[in-house]
Design a protein around this ligand. Structure first.
Ligand code: AMP
Length: 449
């Protein structure tokens, strides 16, 4: 396929020609007609796949010339670097189009940005906080926004922008097209889609179903967190074999918890990255791991996304990802550049469904190893592993958002749960010989002595 096969227009073809782009990337090929159709879209694609053009090409193709001041396209991104990058991409492709594009982000003078907004814009690219401030100040009117793009939504949610996104959704027109791109699928991303999108079309450039041949994959069934730690301790003692180990966990709290355990077991050999750590801390951790100063790096899926580190001897999946694509991304960090890589997956009983999804995607079984006898099987449970005490109708109870829960399938399972309320009530009624309902005269008569 070439760009000629897409229904573009002369100004876009000319811009593509100038840039020397001839062939659309897979995500561009797949996204074009869906984004152009006006439907809600969720694209799973990493930086470097051409995702910016994947959503901008159809948008630019359909954006009519207009003299109105209020923007019609809003692109939200997590960082100011990305604002600058996306604006520069849009400008390149708009070389022969008469449109107005503006990037706004925090940490700079808001008044200058207000003046720029007031001049009238077609496309605004923004970080959520600054966009909201501009909208609240009423300089920026969002009532004409027809298309909302949220890019790198996984990073955005990981950085804690959910609340700000909600605020922005509130002031956007109800009738609009939502287009979202994310590199990883996470529980937070999934929730956002369910809550705010209308039947989105999901586009995912096939994370190859067949794993790289030079990655040796193995797995263990492990009952709980502390046994996983014991097994890790046993494995990681072989420092020659496990020379540079990337350990994946699903969420921040678990990353910290595991890091603390590793610090005790292997002092000064480990480092950790997740989004609650400062950028400096994260960069230092990655550097120490890259340089071999630290042999072990604990990372969450979202933060490890852009990591490109040579010579990772092992990827350890400390938990089993709910989304099989995440597993593929994780193990792709080892076995690079012709080297033999190793991947080890740990799964509890609760994680067996995730395992099945991974094996289905890869169309192969991962070899299962027995936990060595010298590894102690712990019976101690962490907070998330203890049985949940079910409280009915307790509006103050917080749901545990950190728990890595199952994915799309969860709702139907949850919804199909039997409601234990009724039978409990009747049991209690029988026990205390109370009428089933106040008006149950037969019951009272039956029990009359
Ligand atoms: P992105 O994934 O959007 O960050 O894009 C990665 C880089 O690839 C950017 O510098 C784009 O300009 C470039 N790019 C995007 N699409 C194409 C294409 N079809 N052919 C060649 N380069 C591209």
């Amino acid at each position: 396929m070439t760009f000629q096969d897409l229904n573009l227009n002369t100004p876009l073809y000319n811009a593509l020609d100038d840039l020397g782009f001839t062939t659309p990337t897979p995500i561009q090929e797949e996204s074009f007609s869906v984004v152009a159709s006006g439907k809600d879209v969720v694209g799973i694609a990493q930086t470097g796949t051409g995702k910016t053009l994947a959503y901008m090409l159809p948008i630019l193709r359909n954006l009519k010339y207009s003299r109105q001041d209020n923007p019609r396209v809003l692109v939200l991104v997590p960082t100011r670097e990305l604002v600058v990058q996306v604006v520069s991409e849009i400008e390149k492709f708009s070389k022969y189009i008469n449109n107005r594009v503006l990037g706004v982000y925090g940490g700079t003078n808001i008044n200058t940005q207000k003046q720029a907004v007031a001049q009238g814009q077609d496309i605004i690219v923004a970080t959520p906080g600054r966009l909201y401030d501009l909208a609240v100040s009423r300089v920026l009117q969002l009532k004409s926004v027809q298309k909302l793009v949220i890019d790198e939504v996984d990073v955005m949610l990981d950085l804690g922008f959910r609340h700000q996104l909600m605020n922005i959704f509130d002031i956007l027109p109800q009738r609009r097209q939502n287009i979202m791109f994310s590199a990883t699928m996470t529980k937070d991303v999934d929730e956002l889609i369910t809550d705010f999108f209308t039947n989105p079309t999901k586009i995912s450039i096939a994370v190859s179903g067949t794993p790289l041949e030079n990655i040796k994959q193995e797995r263990y069934d492990v009952p709980n967190f502390y046994t996983k730690v014991n097994l890790l301790e046993h494995l990681l003692h072989d420092k020659e074999e496990f020379s540079r180990v990337l350990i994946f966990v699903a969420y921040k709290k678990m990353a910290d918890r595991l890091f603390n355990q590793l610090e005790d077991l292997f002092p000064s050999e480990s480092c950790v990255i997740h989004s609650n750590k400062t950028q400096n801390y994260r960069l230092r951790s990655i550097e120490q791991f890259r340089e071999g100063e630290n042999r072990l790096l604990v990372a969450t899926d979202v933060m490890a996304r852009g990591l490109d580190i040579e010579g990772v001897s092992h990827v350890i999946n400390f938990d089993t990802p709910d989304y099989p694509e995440n597993y593929m991304h994780r193990i792709g960090r080892t076995g690079r550049a012709e080297q033999q890589g190793h991947s080890i997956l740990l799964s509890t009983d609760k994680e067996q469904e995730g395992l099945e999804r991974i094996e289905t995607l890869m169309q192969m079984k991962i070899e299962t190893l027995e936990i060595p006898e010298s590894v102690e099987i712990s019976t101690e449970l962490i907070e998330e592993e203890r049985p949940q005490i079910r409280e009915r109708n307790n509006p103050t109870k917080r749901s545990d958002t950190h728990k890595p829960g199952p994915a799309f399938h969860e709702k139907s399972e949850k919804n199909s749960k039997e409601n234990l309320g009724g039978s409990y009530k009747f049991k209690m009624a029988a026990k205390y010989k109370k009428p089933k309902t106040r008006g149950d005269k037969n019951y009272n008569r039956r029990n009359k002595k």
